[in-house]
Design a protein around this ligand. Structure first.
Ligand code: OKP
Ligand code: ZN
Length: 343
């Protein structure tokens, strides 16, 4: 299958994050995408294409316009104040505070448009976000044009980003953008299968009251795992969307047998839904050696994931999400894709 990749992701570099009370280098770093790209080459998965450039209208179909317009302004405003390093929020409009007034100053706007401090901005961050968006739309177009599958090697990832907020390394929800784009191009129904270790809270929020996008999520139980405040099994969608959101929270230590049982159940529900196209939020942080995750999948399991998805027999767009065991991220992510292709 074809891969879409942009070198502009690499400008989003040198970030820091809070972990267990310490400021540490960000786990979501440029080498992730570089190692996946080089594995795509060495496995001869197929050609690697540069993205076509897009305006932001497709992003505004799933995100609030003011949020999308805010993103390119962050670092210029930060620098105008004489600052450098990472632009990050430290105050949020949680319960008891006003969420209906957008403040003027950058520190407050960063909090207004986020749910955590996990989506920092450096000088090249906006260009990376934009390139990741261009990558996913270019991949979607390949599938719409008749390719049985394509791989959007997105970085930064997207599934934690909601309609009006960033967080958890995510800014624009690439998978959601693609799903909506397929609908706008004439698809009747789209399924999003999120196999990243973390619950895709942004994707769930965006489509929660809709019947035209089915969202299925396999992830660490939010009682004990990030993002903590969404992802329980009783979240089934609301209004017209009732029944079209499906969560599989799984305990720490989950290995292939139990994870695969959840995947199979999700795939059965997906097939019953009868979508025209599948978007896979492809995180490989379910890996046993992932530094921030608690599942126990092995490298030999990833081709089996791809093979199960192939059995859906539907046009499929793979969208890169998480995976932080950098040494094995290429083997694991491309393993899903070669497994999909039956080799
Ligand atoms: C993004 B994706 C403190 C914990 C914050 C954020 C994890 C974001 C994962 N360092 N962890 O779903 O892979
Ligand atoms: Zn993740």
């Amino acid at each position: 299958m074809k891969t879409v990749y942009s070198p502009l992701h690499a400008g989003h570099a040198g970030t820091m994050e809070l972990m267990s009370g310490a400021i540490v280098p960000g786990f979501e770093k440029p080498s992730r995408a570089e190692i996946v790209r080089s594995r795509v080459e060495s496995e001869k998965l197929g050609p690697i294409l540069a993205p076509e450039l897009h305006d932001l209208s497709a992003a505004k179909r799933v995100h609030k316009a003011d949020y999308i317009d805010f993103l390119p302004t962050v670092y210029p405003e930060w620098e105008a104040l004489g600052r450098s390093g990472s632009a990050m929020p430290y105050t949020w409009p949680t319960r008891g505070l006003r969420g209906d007034v957008v403040p003027d100053t950058i520190d407050a706007r960063l909090g207004y448009y986020s749910f955590d401090a996990g989506a920092p901005f450096v000088k090249g961050t906006w260009e990376a976000i934009k390139s990741s968006y261009d990558v996913v739309l270019t991949g979607a177009k390949l599938v719409k044009s008749g390719e049985p599958a394509a791989f959007a090697l997105c970085r930064p990832p997207g599934h934690h980003a909601g309609a009006g907020f960033m967080g958890g390394y995510c800014y624009i929800n690439n998978a959601a953008v693609a799903a909506q784009w397929f609908l706008d191009q004439g698809a009747r129904r789209v399924a999003i299968l999120d196999v990243d270790y973390h619950h895709g809270n942004g994707t769930q929020e965006i489509f929660y009251s809709r019947a035209d996008v089915q969202v299925l999520n396999l992830h660490g139980d939010p009682m004990v795992e990030y993002p903590y405040f969404l992802g329980h099994a009783d979240e089934r969608g609301e209004g017209p969307g009732e029944g079209f959101n499906v969560n599989y929270p799984l305990p720490f230590g989950t290995s292939w047998e139990a994870w695969n049982a959840a995947l199979d159940d999700a795939c059965v529900k997906l097939s019953a839904y009868g979508p025209d196209v599948v978007v896979v939020s492809l995180g490989v942080d379910t890996f046993e050696k992932d530094p921030i995750s608690q599942f126990k999948l092995k490298s030999s399991d990833y081709p089996k994931i791809g093979a199960r998805i192939a059995r859906l027999n539907l046009p499929t767009l793979f969208v890169m999400e998480g995976g932080y065991a950098v040494d094995e991220i290429g083997v694991n992510a491309v393993g899903v894709l070669t497994g999909f292709e039956g080799r």
